[in-house]
Design a protein around this ligand. Sequence first.
Ligand code: GLU
Length: 463
Amino acid sequence: MTSSTPRFRFAPSPTGFFHVGGARTALFNWALARQLGGRFVLRIEDTDDARNRPEWTDGIIDALAWLGISSDDPVFEGPYFQSSGTDQHLDAAAKLHAAGHAYYCAMTPDEIAERAASEGGTGYGGWSRDLGLGPGPGRVLRFRVPDGTTVVDDLVRGRVNFDNAVIEDFVLLRGNGSPVFNLANVVDDVTMGITHVVRAEEHLPNTPKQQMLWTALGERPPVWGHVPVLVNEQRKKLSKRRDKVALEQYRSEGFLAEAMVNYLMTLGWSPGDDREILPWAEIESLFHLEDVNLSPAFFDVRKLAAFNGEYIRMMSADAFAEECCRWVPDEWSKDQLAAIAPHIQPRLVTFSDVPALVDFIFSEVVIDEESWNKVMAADYSLALLTATVDAYAALEDWSAEVLKSTLEQVMTTFDLKLGKAQAPVRVAVTGRTVGPPLFESLEVLGVDVSLGRMRAAIERASG
Ligand code: GLU
């Protein structure tokens, strides 16, 4: 590594499902690291023992790989684990203490609240600054916030000024001696030579404190970039309880990684023209934090679905059929699936819809009663079905075109349009009123099964 190599990092805490917002932050870092010929460092911030679980860490690595952020790529570095850096965090704390940037404080939260109330304030007033206390049980190490203003230069937000007077002397080591987030996070960034900290806006309040720590440790602070949060339709911050936020869920519903990546990258950023769908290579070369919109970005699941549909349409017929195979039971005939695939590709939204869309081809037809009652209530339905079976039984060529033109002939006797004429055949053969194109479905199903189902329907309707 040369000192001019830009080093980005993604520093998730493994405390739950990997969030789409985290995915977006990771992708922003990844795009920039690649664009600038830099590194993308993955650091797992696993110091919250009560909430961490190893499977969440595996989930993060797996999710990143799915997004194309692969640990095999030379740009990728890590994963590093914050928990293995505790000695460095403690060394840095000792250094800050020795240099007078930090001091021990023995006041309990109750004592602090009491004193603050008596002085008409709320926070900690630096009361132990000059007591010269050493470490001891229950004593916290606090940072001595200097007077003045902290100016944070942020690539997304521009210059943000923080008045140090409103930042209390924050804690670096807890009463039990363990390092807090701000210390561990900064020491890791310093140790790993991080040059760019790009993360969610919710960390902005930490940034002046962190910048002071960088400076106190004798280091030049990194370039900051705080990206606006994702919100739902009600403009509320996406939340685990209210919204579908787990990347894994979208993946298991059959969203394509490429569609997800494109959608997340264009949430609050655009390439400067009208395009929204564009390949990763272009996104990577055009993406700039300076162009990211400052307002919260609406994570619109419907729009994501539309992106997914677009990406499905862009797949080659072979790739599409192959992907379909991954989503259906093993015992389903791959030949039949490949035959129907081109007819569902134009309208498919997510791959998890595939089985329900075509199951009538592979298993016994299940008639939806509501559809049956609606369709068969029409006075022409039974007669039309009977006439169609007769015409179809005489066919020598069981192809979609012939099946269609044959029904078109039959329907003239009933004075019907194609839509209405298809309905009884469709409900008899597929059990539903909507589905893949009818004549192609009949072709794939074959003559015996198709006629068998139509005859069974006639029997049921006449019985
Ligand atoms: N571990 C922190 C989080 O997951 C990230 C901190 C950072 O990016 O600086 O929110």
